[in-house]
Design a protein around this ligand. Sequence first.
Ligand code: NIG
Ligand code: FE
Length: 388
Amino acid sequence: MTILYDGITELVTNDPAKGDGGALGVIADGAVLVDGEMIEWVGPRGDAPAADRHVDCGGVSVVPGFVDSHAHLVFAGERSAEFAARMSGRPYAAGGIATTVAATRTADDATLSAGVRRLAGELAAAGVTTFECKSGYGLNVEDEARSLRVAREYTGETTFLGAHVVPVEYRDDRAGYVDLVTGPMLDACAPLARWIDVFCDRGAFDVDESRAILTAGIEAGLQPRMHAGQLGPSAGIALAVELGAASVDHCTYATDADIEALAAGSTVATLLPGAEFSTRAPWPDARRMIDAGVTVAIATDCNPGSSFTTSMPFCIAVAVRDMNFTPAEALWAATAGGAAALRRDDVGMLAPGKRADFVCLDAPSYIHLAYRPGVPLIRDVVRAGQKI
Ligand code: NIG
Ligand code: FE
């Protein structure tokens, strides 16, 4: 059963071989032919092949579904009081994670699952058609494995983040905690995850601990990604490149040497506008990275501490306003960039053979995502050929 979607004033494909707009491959008065879950054809409406059904989108712009490559959705409770204190001047520190760990450990499975379901629903409503989900608020064998089991109900992109922080019961035995993460916790979690992540930053794990944890994860068959450079300069960025991590996330304090290393390597730099916004931190400068040739992604970092947003359009608007992305670069980073950060070649682009994931915007151009901040522009979301 094929469906032809037209009535698309501006179609962003992310296929540079198509249309105008460089990397975005923009087609004016475009059309998309979907066969089941997949895209069969994209092009100008006048060239469209015949289809079993026809849907007139009624004059919208269409962009690829957003790919959110960094989210922490398995947790209980919330930390609005911590946010309010921060907005009165208290700096953000990794210590707040312990509050969420305590709440998560006492929550039952149904509560954790309902929390992920709600946030996954918010992501979908915001145009996200692929998302990653980390553990990291369990920090013992049972609760990390349980977090990943819950995450797997909602996404295949699951990440073991036992190395989020050292939990309070191991405060005086960091080495013991690293042994736990690289031993019994990894054994329990590796079958449930695709990725392994470490928070390599002040108040979390140092670069030697991070190397040991990621190396053990790789040996267990997981692929590495990292948090680094959020709270200060971090050798973690160079480590991510050295280990061939798919992505190193935050990069708020990336140095010129880090950017040079990223440009020469295969690791995506994922920027998280919601985190700088909600922790009132300095903005990383995407311009420096993009101009140096780094592949840059934008993700929500949805979590109850540093970035409690599921809105990719909000992240795009902030990235453009405050991180020096152009609107075109920000849209690419939130779609194709996210796909690169998850090493996925089936999403992030509208082209034959890709998954039919796209978003209809109540706007004549994708530029409105940044130009009209805070306005609900997501009219329809199609994932794997199905309207959601
Ligand atoms: O990506 N940086 C580490 N982890 C999260 C914050 C977690 C929290 O504060 O609960 C982040 O920003
Ligand atoms: Fe994070």
